[in-house]
Every structure is written in structure tokens, then in C-alpha cells.
Design a protein around this ligand. Structure first.
Ligand code: HEC
Ligand code: HEC
Length: 250
């Protein structure tokens, strides 16, 4: 009787673990893969093995030292200003899925070695400029903020190929303003300098740096370029290639 109980207990435990593993696999692994392809692969390569501008994450010291996202998480949330690593405002679950994907990619890379893939420059030559123009003015909603004869005039002379694509996908240090409302009702507006879970900081009209704990004030950020982050989830590869072809004519 006693033996039987132990066996049943072990069996239940094994079943429970099996069902947990089953429940977690799709959310963690495949979710992390598509998030990575959407947000990170352009720079770090599809398999995290390094791309045009981002380092190989499978050989990164940061990744090697990371435990459950304690090193990777802050980098993804805060970015590395001026080094070309953008910051991403992603929910915790998504960051956890990305972290799992990166660790898995590291394990795979160590097992196989070699064979990295980034963005192929020839991919950039396959677009259709007319379709890109239609997407710009229509489905892409780009015309709401940009003009081919205004801010984007001559962009193909300033930026080419992969640097243009990178700027299109991840505008660099785009301007953002923030309005902070204090408990007293006073409100202060300025250039957004920093924002994370805990603090928000701005430079006000007189040039003064000011910061607050986010749980002590209300604040509203106006960052038009963040539209680009939402666009990452919308573009198909063809949309991007067509847009690149169209931008190349400006
Ligand atoms: C626009 C290009 C770009 C994108 C997109 C990008 N990164 Fe990066 N990332 C970089 C660059 C460049 C660095 C190196 C910064 C430096 O030199 O310190 C970096 C560094 C990192 C590092 C630190 C590596 C190390 O060893 O120091 C991690 C981790 C990382 N990125 C993860 C991600 C994740 C996850 C995503 C997607 C959510 C992402 N990155 C998207 C360009 C990018
Ligand atoms: C809600 C407004 C908004 C939308 C929609 C938008 N953008 Fe942007 N975009 C911005 C802002 C703001 C910047 C940063 C400009 C700066 O740095 O001065 C930017 C930057 C860019 C840049 C880099 C320009 C440069 O000189 O570095 C390109 C290219 C670009 N956007 C193309 C597009 C395309 C193509 C679309 C549509 C698929 C689009 N944008 C949709 C606001 C927007």
C-alpha cells in the first residue's frame, strides 16, 4: 500500500511536469522567436549570431553571465544610448521570451558553430518603388508624419542601403517631449531625457535637468517616432523592400 502511494505520487508528479513543460514550450520558445525576428534580427541576425550592426549575442559576455534576464532585460529596456542599441518598451513576458530565445540560440550556436545570417544587402534591391509609394501614402500611414518633398526629400543622398533601412526601422535618438504633472497640479514640460520603470527626467525650457520617481507624478510622453515600433509588427518583408525602393527615389 505504501509503495503504491509512492508510485502514484511520482506518476502524478511526472504528469504534472510534463503538462507544465507542454504549457510553457509554445509561449516561451516560439513567442521568443517571432519577437526576436520582429524586433532584433535586423541588427543581431536571425539566429542572434550577429548581423550588420549588432554584435553576435551567442558569444556575448553579457549573455553568458545572464541569469533569467538579469543582464539582458535592463539592456533591452534601456538600450545603449549612442551605441546603436535601441530601447524597447516590451512587457515582462515578452522580455522573458526573448531572453529564453537568446539562451537557446547560444546553446545551438555552441553546438553547431558558424553559419551566421544577417540581412542580405541584395534583399534591398528587390522592391517595387510604385508599390512602396502606395504603402507610404496608404496602408503604412507614413504620410501622416513625413513628406517626400519635406523632411524626407533627398534622404537617399544622406542614407543608403542598410543604414537607410536601419534608420527606417529604428529612428535614432528621435526627439520626444514629456509633460509631468506634480501632485500639486503644477505641470512641467520639456525634452524627454530618460524614462524607465522608476524615473522620468527632462530638460525644461530654462535648460534645467529635472527628474521624478514615476510613482510620485503623472506624466505623458509625446514621442512621434514610437510609431515606428508599432510598425515593426505590421510590415511584411515586401512592404519593407518596396518602401526602401521608394525612399531610394527621393
Ligand atoms: C538597430 C540595431 C539593433 C537592434 C534593433 C537591436 N540591437 Fe541589441 N545591440 C545593438 C548594438 C549596436 C549593440 C552593441 C552596443 C555596444 O557596443 O555596447 C547591441 C547590444 C545588445 C546586447 C548586449 C550585448 C553585449 O555583449 O554587450 C544585448 C543583450 C542586445 N543588444 C539584445 C537585443 C535584443 C533582445 C534586441 C531586440 C529586442 C535588440 N538587441 C535589438 C544593436 C541593435
Ligand atoms: C506618428 C509619426 C510617424 C509615422 C506614422 C512614421 N514616422 Fe518615420 N519618423 C517619425 C519621427 C518623429 C522620426 C524621427 C525624425 C528625427 O529624428 O528627426 C522618424 C524617422 C524616420 C526616418 C529616418 C529619417 C532620418 O532622417 O533619419 C525614416 C526613413 C522614416 N521615419 C520613414 C517612415 C516611413 C517609411 C513610415 C511609414 C511606414 C514612417 N516613417 C512612419 C515619425 C513617424
Amino acid at each position: 500500500m505504501r509503495n503504491l502511494l509512492i508510485v502514484t505520487g511520482a506518476l502524478t508528479g511526472a504528469l504534472l511536469m510534463a503538462s507544465l513543460a507542454f504549457a510553457q514550450a509554445p509561449a516561451g520558445q516560439s513567442g521568443g522567436n517571432s519577437l526576436f525576428q520582429q524586433n532584433c534580427a535586423f541588427c543581431h541576425g536571425r539566429d542572434a549570431g550577429g548581423g550588420e550592426t549588432g554584435p553576435d549575442l551567442t558569444r556575448s559576455k553579457v549573455v553568458a553571465e545572464d541569469v533569467n534576464g538579469d543582464k539582458i532585460g535592463p539592456i533591452v529596456r534601456n538600450g545603449i544610448a549612442d551605441k546603436g542599441m535601441p530601447k524597447f518598451a516590451l512587457p515582462e513576458n515578452d522580455i522573458a521570451a526573448l531572453v529564453a530565445f537568446i539562451h537557446e540560440a547560444k546553446t545551438k550556436a555552441e553546438a553547431q558553430k558558424g553559419g551566421r545570417r544577417g540581412v542580405d544587402a541584395s534583399d534591398l534591391l528587390t522592391g517595387n518603388a510604385e508599390a512602396g509609394k502606395q504603402y507610404f501614402n496608404g496602408g503604412g500611414g507614413c504620410a501622416a508624419c513625413h513628406s517626400p518633398t519635406g523632411d524626407l526629400a533627398g534622404i537617399s543622398k544622406r542614407l543608403h542601403g542598410l543604414s537607410l533601412e536601419e534608420r527606417l526601422l529604428y529612428p535614432r535618438n528621435p526627439p520626444a517631449t514629456v509633460t509631468v504633472t506634480l501632485p500639486t497640479g503644477e505641470s512641467i514640460q520639456g525634452k524627454l531625457l530618460h524614462r524607465d520603470e522608476f524615473t522620468v527626467a527632462l530638460r525644461d525650457a530654462s535648460g534645467r535637468y529635472r527628474s521624478w520617481f514615476t510613482d510620485k507624478v503623472k506624466y505623458k510622453v509625446d514621442a512621434p517616432a514610437e510609431a515606428h515600433v508599432d510598425l515593426l509588427a505590421k510590415y511584411s518583408d515586401a512592404d519593407i523592400h518596396n518602401l526602401m525602393a521608394y525612399l531610394g527615389t527621393l
